[in-house]
Design a protein around this ligand. Structure first.
Ligand SMILES: [Fe+2]
Length: 189
């Protein structure tokens, strides 16, 4: 198989994502259930823990390309998330809007911001979403939701692929208050 570093064109090369302080091990459990491998970049920036590079293709651990990074949420975002949580507790309108958004993310993920991982086969895709459910649903409870679209359901984006949407707030490239959808995509048999 060609290595990503041999690819000559421009490409989408990484996503910067975060976990909550204290949840590094939980974030690792999630990405490993997704079938990814992990490299420690050794780079910490201004944070207390090193950036981990997560590789969707475990056989090609290029820390620069085809990877997403995870590192702990910084104090500025912790302050913002804490303010949002406090406001949501006190403001019925904001609380309702958040619940509406989270409901859409669980049930109608198309058009809700996300990033996607591609799997080489439907079996590989199934293995990943089954592992996420088995290893994390008990620990995460309401923090994890899985929605699978098969072509025969007629609700997915395309007839040629299976899409599994993992909605969670362990790893986000954005807001922990909003949560993060990760789409797992594979070819339909
Ligand atoms: Fe998508």
């Amino acid at each position: 198989m060609n290595r990503i570093e041999q690819y000559q064109g421009n490409l989408l090369n990484h996503i910067e994502a975060l976990y909550r302080p204290g949840e590094r091990e939980l974030a690792l459990a999630l990405v490993e259930a997704l079938g990814c491998s992990v490299s420690d970049t050794g780079f910490s920036g201004d944070g207390p823990e090193s950036f981990l590079a997560v590789h969707p293709n475990p056989g090609d651990a290029d820390i620069r390309n085809n990877a997403f990074y995870i590192s702990p949420m910084r104090p500025e975002q912790q302050a913002l998330e804490a303010s949002l949580a406090r406001l949501a507790r006190d403001d019925r309108e904001l609380r309702a809007a958040l619940e509406g958004y989270r409901g859409a993310a669980r049930t109608l993920p198309f058009g809700v911001s996300h990033f996607g991982l591609r799997y080489v086969s439907e079996d590989a895709l199934k293995e990943a979403y089954a592992a996420v459910g088995e290893t994390l649903s008990e620990r995460l409870g309401e923090r994890l939701h899985l929605r699978i679209f098969h072509p025969e359901d007629g609700e997915g984006a395309q007839a040629t692929m299976v899409q599994a949407f993992v909605y969670q707030d362990v790893i986000v490239s954005g807001s922990f208050t909003y949560g993060q959808l990760i789409e797992l995509q594979g070819p339909a048999r």
